[in-house]
Design a protein. Structure first.
Length: 294
């Protein structure tokens, strides 16, 4: 089990793409001590080339962010390993109920955060782990049982057969009125034509992994719209595909638990649209177009 402390959090180095070569902000992955090869000495150019050649053929990594999901995480890990046969990394977001032990017992590698970073902070830690270890494809899914590991082969097939950098599994039947309202609003101001921007059932290629492991992605508070806007800003393409999902086995949505939370989320994400990713020019262009036609 790997323990991560906020005082050791690091960012990927621009030259090598390796996490751990630079001290970064407090929203990343502490890489010191992950393995014997992560020593304090900066690797030589030849050594980096050898490492890259060895790592470039590694298989898929499944990343499961989890906080207090002991009741379900073990089953999810086992199903992913059975359906895909890939390595599973559970990023434990400072759980207090034995989640990391349950994940490890099921055969997952566990990255344990000592401070709570939230769903996106935990996911980004997994992205940096994937980049550092040379994985070219990452699948993400939740630990609460709503995402079916049986859907992963289909998502991976769509990703393989399409030119999209990111494939999103969407279950439109499960969209609540609050999610539909928020999705329509954000489609209007961002132009991102995605039905379920909150779905964490996704496949990312190496370009998306590199983008989401970067410092620029560290300032995002949510793993949904902010991530999609950043990916589009970098010129990456998105594709949705239908996927079966189930209600959460335990708990409920933290973001859409009430209309007050929805309003707070929409206000926060609207600010992100204007300030971080540049929805403002789109609105300005629309306004100028209306004025010129009048």
């Amino acid at each position: 089990m790997l323990f991560v402390h906020s005082s050791l959090i690091t960012e990927p180095d621009e030259e090598t793409g390796h996490v751990g070569d630079r001290i970064g902000r407090s929203r990343g992955l502490a890489i010191d001590g992950l393995s014997a090869s992560f020593d304090n000495a900066r690797p030589s150019k030849w050594r980096r080339l050898v490492q890259r050649s060895k790592l470039s053929h590694l298989p898929i990594l499944a990343i499961i962010p989890a906080r207090n999901e002991r009741a379900t995480v073990g089953d999810i890990v086992g199903d992913v390993k059975s359906c895909v046969g890939c390595c599973v990394l559970v990023v434990d977001d400072a759980s207090t109920d034995g989640t990391p032990e349950a994940a490890q017992a099921a055969g997952a590698r566990v990255l344990r955060l000592t401070n709570r970073l939230g769903a996106w902070g935990a996911t980004q830690a997994g992205m940096r782990y994937a980049q550092r270890h040379g994985y070219r494809t990452v699948v993400t899914l939740d630990a609460d049982g709503q995402h079916h590991p049986l859907e992963l082969p289909q998502l991976l097939a769509v990703h393989r057969d399409s030119s999209a950098n990111v494939v999103i599994g969407t279950c439109s039947e499960r969209l609540s009125n609050a999610k539909r309202l928020a999705a329509g609003y954000f489609r209007l101001i961002t132009g991102i034509d995605v039905q379920d921007f909150t779905s964490g059932l996704r496949v990312y290629d190496w370009r998306a992994i590199r983008t989401l492991a970067s410092r620029e992605a560290s300032l995002l508070d949510y793993q949904d719209l902010g991530v999609l806007m950043l990916l589009r800003k970098k010129g990456l393409t998105l594709k949705e595909t239908p996927a079966r999902m189930s209600p959460r086995r335990t708990g409920g949505s933290r973001v859409f638990s009430s209309w007050l939370m929805v309003a707070r989320y929409m206000m926060h994400t609207t600010v992100l649209c204007f300030a971080q990713v540049g929805a403002r020019p789109r609105i300005g262009q629309r306004v100028r177009g209306v004025r010129s036609s009048s």
